[in-house]
Design a protein around this ligand. Structure first.
Ligand code: VAH
Length: 324
């Protein structure tokens, strides 16, 4: 990869992927496509940016030509619970952006990374250690867009040789942007509440296991897959990747090791609970490990330490700023 365009660079993954990619490839070699606010702090000062509505193919093509892009990270999507409240928007953002990126990549010879998700599986998929190749009949529009995305990306590779690659992300836990609308976002919000000394009310019930991943590992996966030796890839769209699986009680217990007074209760959101129940409890990521060396670094304990440290420092800085 030399010149990279991130479509949807202001979202949960994009806002951190842009920083990591720029640290590797250089600030001016990573172009951040943006659409609607909110924008990360100093977004327009950190490197080249371009306004892109991912449903407009000409805007993507113009950016690829202008910056001589060789790799597109297509991160435009509406997350699961939000998409269930507006299925047509979920479909059009997910599918139009992907088709546009694939057609531009085919015409202008770019590689394309499009994330899939554990949401690409449904109720009749094996729940534990979900296999790489198995039945995928999700019952959310988010999941349907992910399955279609996998199939279209493989089609563009087999039919026209477009270098498409993808990973199935678990729920990603991060501390730069406030994610919203995801079924797994409880595992992010719980940290903010704990560090601010507030009670947390969990929207999914105890015993609801989902695969989760800390953002640094997710970024490693998104970059390693695109740098992998293509001759070693048996699969492309999309690889199971995993690092930890937990339920609300486990993350609550881990945080209480740092905040013994922290309190969590439950107010189950039926929509999020139904989505979470349809997803796997854990994934088998053997193929990713064997085909491109996937190896996560964070487990629940290590992630909890880092999340708390980062958020504590941020709130301390904010407090000091307010006191000035
Ligand atoms: C969501 N955080 O909950 C996203 C992700 C696997 C979960 O797709 O929609």
């Amino acid at each position: 990869m030399k010149n990279i365009l991130i479509v949807g660079s202001t979202g949960q993954i994009g806002s951190e992927l842009s920083i990591r990619l720029r640290s590797i490839y250089g600030d001016n070699n990573v172009i951040c496509g943006y659409y609607k606010p909110p924008y990360p702090d100093n977004f327009f000062d950190l490197g080249p940016t371009v306004e892109i509505d991912a449903t407009n193919i000409d805007q993507i093509a113009d950016a690829v030509k202008k910056y001589k892009i060789d790799t597109i990270y297509n991160l435009a999507a509406i997350l699961s619970a939000t998409a269930e409240k507006n299925p047509k928007l979920g479909w059009s953002v997910g599918m139009d952006s992907l088709m546009n990126c694939l057609d531009v990549a085919r015409e202008l010879n770019c590689a394309v990374f499009t994330p899939s998700s554990i949401g690409a599986f449904g109720n009749n998929t094996p729940k534990d250690k979900t296999p790489q190749d198995t039945i995928q009949r999700p019952n959310t529009v988010y999941g349907i867009t992910k399955v279609v995305g996998e199939l279209l990306s493989d089609y563009y590779y087999s039919r026209w040789g477009v270098d498409t690659r993808s990973v199935r992300f678990p729920g990603i836990i991060s501390n730069l942007t406030h994610p919203g609308g995801g079924t797994t976002d409880y595992a992010v919000e719980i940290f903010y509440n704990a560090v601010q000394g507030e009670k947390f009310t969990c929207p999914v019930k105890a015993g609801t296991y989902m695969d989760m991943m800390y953002m640094p590992d997710a970024l490693d996966a998104a970059i390693q897959i695109m740098e992998a030796d293509p001759s070693k890839l048996v699969h492309r769209n999309s690889f199971n990747i995993a690092s930890m699986s937990f339920d609300p009680e486990m993350i609550y217990a881990e945080i209480k090791k740092h905040y013994p007074q922290f309190v969590m209760d439950y107010d189950v959101d039926p929509l999020k609970q139904a989505i979470a129940d349809s997803w796997p409890n854990s994934l088998d990521d053997t193929c990713a490990r064997e085909e491109w060396g996937w190896s996560p670094k964070y487990d629940l304990a290590k992630m909890t330490i880092d999340m708390i440290q980062v958020l504590k420092e941020r709130y301390l800085q904010q407090t000091l700023t307010l006191q000035k």
